[in-house]
Design a protein around this ligand. Structure first.
Ligand code: TPP
Ligand code: MG
Length: 592
């Protein structure tokens, strides 16, 4: 039987489970694991500048491609606590990442040893398993179980904490005969799908709410096929955005309080039946439940049994992987089609398209300072359907969801539930590692950008080129807007006179200088007409220098973005589009 350190066994298992890269940073307590990675030689390591950054890189890496599992590694104590935010946003969005931490030796865990912290207790609520492995011979089993859990049911993160002496101890382990455990994914039965379709057949104005579970299940094609077969319009959630291309005739728009379209909300409110697949009725999607549910029948399909009924009781619930359910939905619908049982949905779908064609928000403003809406219009022009967008939170992200276009699954990569500021830069780097061939465009407000700004150096060091659009209003814009309800503008201003950079005109931080100082390229624009050329220039710089390129747009300080507290009370602060020229890049499905 081969003998090796438990750390070597752990690395051997990572390799057999398909891991090819890791994000992290070493410290004394995790050095044996780093030594094992070095001996193995098959795992590419990206050295983060902040451990939280490593955890978000792992998330970006997972989110970019079906089957990926991002791995982040750190030492004992603060490295583990720094990665807690990554574990939170991963678990909130059902994203598997494996977090590996070093730990003090077993015999000293209870002695308040240097950097010994009970990380498994801290990570417990955020993970599917958090384990300090106390017995070296348990290490293989812990890793095997970790991959089984991350991939089974509702995906999510795992933390494995390895005391120094456990990593160093020699064990018997045969990597050659190691087998990943089978993955458990519940699947709908035929009877369940038939019942759901029977209920659907009763509806006059049905929609499909398509959640991130469809993307996790890699089932976007099946969703499209099912929507086309039945002719039913699709309302993607923020996490499901891209499952159906934005220019599809059945794309009915997103619904919600913030990251939503006017026509999406209107269509949801006009519907009488909602088939939710792989979604979790997030509160910023539903708004008040009375408005959301009134007069509608709900069927909810979710992989996690305890999600059914969590937010409200659906009329019928099915526990199933989204892909397995959609496969059967397609199969049974085809049979019903051949039997001539399908209801014609043309008029309803046409009505939804009509809303889409007429209920656009205006993007074309020529104002200086630039209005944010114009930035997204220029981005729509500059970036094609192959682009992957990465963003986290803020007015910047909300407006992006209202105005940008996404055409493919995993091309809108967003920390939807947790929304941690600072997520965008490291997540974008993780996406670049996962898929160096697809153009990546990150989008940040100035505050999100300033959190974890040091990670730009990782992109420069490891040649991870992407374009980072930075919309600078020198404000914690989303919080400024929400403070209107308190009649205050308090502790949300980022503007100051920068003694080194009078040219930033009182907007505070000179992002161009900081980005350049970190080894990236950066451009700043102040006029709407300069945005398009700057984005083109950024593409060239990115290709030439192979580093992140920041395009900063100086915005007007105060722009309120459409939002509300109920689907039927979203406040519009700007003019709406009345003519095609008001929203020239909007995808308006052409009426048949
Ligand atoms: C770690 C963390 N702290 C606080 C918040 C609350 N928060 C959400 S958006 C926001 C302001 C974001 O400002 P900026 O990135 O400049 O985007 P803008 O809204 O101005 O476009 C804050 C403080 C958060 N999401 N994450
Ligand atoms: Mg801002």
């Amino acid at each position: 039987m081969p003998r090796m350190t438990a750390a070597d066994a752990a690395v051997a298992i990572l390799r057999r489970e398909g891991v090819r890269c890791a994000f992290g940073l070493p410290g004394a307590a995790i050095n044996p694991f780093y030594a094992a990675m070095r001996r193995d030689g098959g795992i590419t390591h990206t050295l983060a500048r902040h451990v939280e950054g490593a955890s978000h890189m792992a998330e970006g890496y997972t989110r970019a491609r079906a089957g990926n599992i991002g791995v982040c590694v750190g030492t004992s104590g603060p490295a583990g606590t720094d990665m807690i935010t990554g574990l939170y946003s991963a678990s909130a969005d059902s994203i598997p990442i494996l977090c590996i931490t070093g730990q003090a030796p077993v015999a000293r865990l209870h002695k308040e040893d240097f950097q010994a912290v009970d990380i498994t207790a801290i990570a417990g609520p955020l993970t599917k398993m958090a384990m300090t492995v106390l017995e070296p011979a348990q290490v293989p089993g812990a890793f095997q179980q970790a991959f089984h859990l991350m991939r089974s049911g509702r995906p999510g993160p795992v933390l494995i904490d390895l005391p120094f002496d456990v990593q160093m101890a020699e064990i018997d382990f045969d990597p050659g005969t190691y087998q990943p455990l089978p993955v458990y994914k519940p699947a709908a039965t035929r009877a369940q799908i038939e019942k759901a379709l029977d209920m659907l057949a009763q509806a006059k104005r049905p929609i499909i709410v398509a959640g991130g579970g469809i993307i996790n299940a890699d089932a976007a094609d099946l969703l499209t096929e099912f929507a086309e077969l039945t002719g039913i319009p699709v309302v993607p959630t923020l996490m499901g955005w891209g499952a159906l291309p934005d220019d599809h005739r059945l794309m009915a728009g997103m619904a919600g309080l913030q990251t939503a379209h006017r026509y999406g909300n209107a269509t949801l409110l006009a519907s009488d039946f909602v088939l939710g697949i792989g979604n979790r009725w997030a509160n910023r999607h539903t708004g008040g439940l009375a408005t959301y549910t009134a007069g509608r029948t709900f069927v909810h399909v979710d992989i996690e049994p305890t999600q059914i009924g969590r937010v409200f009781a659906p009329d019928y619930g099915i526990v199933s992987d989204a892909g397995a359910a959609l496969k059967l939905f397609v199969e049974v619908t085809r049979e019903r089609e051949s039997a001539g049982w399908l209801t014609d949905r043309t008029a309803w779908a046409q009505e939804c398209r009509q809303r889409r064609a007429t209920m656009q928000r205006r993007t074309h403003f020529d104002n200086v300072p630039v209005k944010p809406q114009r930035v997204y219009e220029e981005m729509n022009r500059a970036f094609g359907p192959e682009t992957r967008y990465v963003s986290t939170i803020g007015l910047s992200q909300i407006a992006a969801a209202q105005f940008l276009h996404v055409y493919r699954p995993r091309h809108w990569i967003n920390a939807g539930q947790a929304g941690p500021l600072g997520w965008t830069t490291p997540a974008a780097l993780g996406v670049c590692v996962a898929d160096p061939d697809t153009p990546v465009v990150a989008l940040s407000g100035d505050y999100d950008f300033q959190f974890m700004i040091e990670e730009l150096a990782v992109g420069a060091q490891f040649n991870l080129p992407y374009i980072h659009v930075l919309v600078n209003n020198a404000y914690l814009g989303l919080i400024r807007q929400s403070q209107r309800g308190f009649d205050m503008d308090y502790c949300v201003q980022l503007a100051f006179d920068n003694v080194n950079a009078p040219e930033v005109g009182g907007y505070g931080v000179d992002h161009v200088k900081v980005a350049e100082g970190l080894g990236c390229k950066a451009l700043r624009v102040t006029e709407p007409g300069e945005i398009g050329p700057a984005l083109e220039e950024a593409k060239k710089l990115m290709a030439e220098y192979r580093v992140p390129v920041v395009v900063e747009v100086i915005l007007e300080r105060v722009t309120n973005i459409s939002m509300g507290t109920e689907l039927d009370n979203v406040v519009e602060f700007e003019d709406l589009a009345e003519r095609r020229e008001d929203a020239p890049t909007a995808v308006v499905a052409m009426l048949d």
